[in-house]
Ligand binder design. Structure first.
Ligand code: OAD
Length: 228
């Protein structure tokens, strides 16, 4: 089976009702990254950071995967599919995708502030000051904040290098190192980009830009890469 590797971003979950970050009215229009999504923010105002992710978690718990998430599950019949997602929601997993790499962490998990290997499934939407790991230290959201290492990047690069087809869907490609993954795709391998707005990338001859929302764009992609 050919290897199909997908880099997804907030745009794939937009039609499920989750805000993107950089569109008009997106999350970063209403919050400052440096207030809620950096290690310094956590040191300065833990309550604000906890509340920001509690609200995200509460909202994400109410939404459902859309046809674009399900299309990626369907593609597993024809391809060996790996999804590298920048999203912290769990809609790829709920839809049923088998191989999902979360580059920026997972909203429904918490992590020890003492030992980053201690990661816990959350049973409620709320993470509070005083919620402790088994070593007795405060739990934090299991999110990769700006300025932090991206531990899953190494594996994401390896998977990307092996891709026969690479698909970019719903990401502005504004955040590194994730955005740099397109440069790890093997020479001449086809790259499909699905987005209603052109991401910040110069289109090369092996790239096909499908200027559509994720749901419609995935249908077009499937016609392009399968006989369906
Ligand atoms: P952005 O908000 O930067 O980009 C969203 C992309 O989705 C844009 O290119 C939109 O044009 C596109 N889009 C909007 N609606 C869409 C739809 N219905 N179908 C398909 N595409 C649509 O989000 P990301 O690129 O995911 O990181 O952002 C990358 C990272 O920046 C996030 O993981 C997050 C953020 O800060 C952290 O918080 C660490």
């Amino acid at each position: 089976m050919k290897k199909l590797v997908v880099l997804s971003g907030a745009g794939i979950s937009a039609e499920s009702g989750i805000s993107t970050f950089r569109d008009n009215g997106g999350l970063w229009d209403n919050f400052r990254i440096e207030d809620v999504a950096t290690p310094e923010a956590w040191q300065r105002n833990q309550e604000l950071v906890l509340d920001f992710y509690n609200q995200r978690r509460k909202q994400a718990a109410t939404v459902k995967p859309n046809a674009a998430h399900y299309a990626l599950v369907e593609l597993e019949k024809d391809f060996d599919v790996t999804i590298i997602t920048q999203n912290v929601d769990n809609l790829h997993e709920i839809a049923g995708s088998s191989n999902v790499i979360h580059l920026h962490g997972e909203l429904f998990k918490s992590r020890s502030t003492k030992n980053p290997d201690l990661v816990y499934e959350m049973s409620s939407w709320e993470l509070k000051t005083g919620d402790l790991c088994e070593l007795g230290s405060q739990l934090r959201p299991h999110i990769v904040w700006f300025g932090e290492e991206v531990p899953m990047m190494e594996i994401a690069m390896e998977v990307t290098e092996e891709a026969d087809i690479f698909v970019v869907v719903g990401t502005s490609l504004a955040v590194y190192p994730a955005a740099g993954l397109v440069h790890y795709v093997g020479a001449g391998k086809p790259i499909y980009i699905i987005d209603p707005a052109k991401p910040d990338i110069s289109l090369k001859s092996n790239m096909t830009f499908i200027q559509e929302k994720a749901t419609t764009g995935m249908e077009i992609l499937i016609k392009n890469i399968t006989n369906k």
